[in-house]
Design a protein around this ligand. Sequence first.
Ligand code: MRU
Length: 385
Amino acid sequence: MTASRMTLQAIRYVDGDLTIIDQLKLPFVEEYIPIRTAKEGWHAIKEMRVRGAPAIAIVAALALASELHQLATNNKLSAVAEEVRVFIVEKLHYLVTSRPTAVNLSDAAYKLEALVTERANTAGSAGHDIATVFIRAAENMMVKDVEDNKRIGQNGAQWILANALKSGASKTSILTHCNTGSLATSGYGTALGVIRSLASNNGLRHAYCTETRPYNQGSRLTAFELVHDGLPATLITDSMAAALLARTDADVNAIVVGADRVAANGDTANKIGTYGLAVLARYHGVKFLVAAPLTTIDLATKSGNEIIIEERPASEVTRIKGPSQKDDATGGLSLETINIAAKGINVWNPAFDITPATLIDGIITEVGVAEKDPSGHFHLDRLFP
Ligand code: MRU
């Protein structure tokens, strides 16, 4: 199936029918693949066919919702509430093992487990009630995520226009890292949502996106989204960021990134390379902002030291995938994987790094932008109802 030019959607779900765009093949091939079970969801997340903190939580929940839907349709769902609860909880615990750093996945699993447990403890509940309550909650996650992202976009755009513009200017240039857009969420995006919101308020001069080695979320996915939306944008390699910030003609006003987990003190785990950008921003006097929904803020984790950083296979660093030039010229398209490193070299491939709160000017959420108090501390607990 080919994705429509009008709607860029990483996740499509209708009544137990879940498909995701295969992000391993983007931007060269736009192919949707079915996810029918929790196991298929686990593999899609682990292999990064879907990625981005909110998107993996939503796909995990909807994969299990699809499995429950099918069991119910085929009359294979137990009539006993406790049996369905145990089935769901076991699958949730399994799904959480797919990727460790993004808190959205474990946060969703925890909330969904509490929901089905409460329902199972309600007198008179049957198996299908437990499945229904789970399926509805999973579906709602998808809807709420887009709403939250739109608010994050508005809040971030307002903050930047109020705090990051040079005097007399009305438009801003933003540098972003990794992919935080429609492909990393159920739509619109977090940091990329801020860029989208600036553009729709006539406040965006230019967007810069980093390549984001080794998985190339920036050159493959963010560049794809920026081109898709027709926004003024330029791709740079990760190593060009310092030179870009040093140029007065580029005039970058703010760096806006997403997050996989924000600790209670504001330390933020995000795509590898984020920390380096925050150091550069401080040196160059550029605002550094993290955009994330409340589901990414983990008050139970006190600081970045406690966050587990996922390490991924060496092959992501030593190989690269894309269509060959020859195929391009003939109009055909076959993806090839080529080696780009010396055989035998050791590789370290952490997927994320920690940016200390000291380097972060604001954390943009759906309920507002958190800033530090005069003594330099965030109070993120105040964002929660
Ligand atoms: O390894 P990935 O591609 O899942 O990492 C994604 C990021 O680091 C994003 O910045 C983060 O998840 C926020 S997505 C809205």
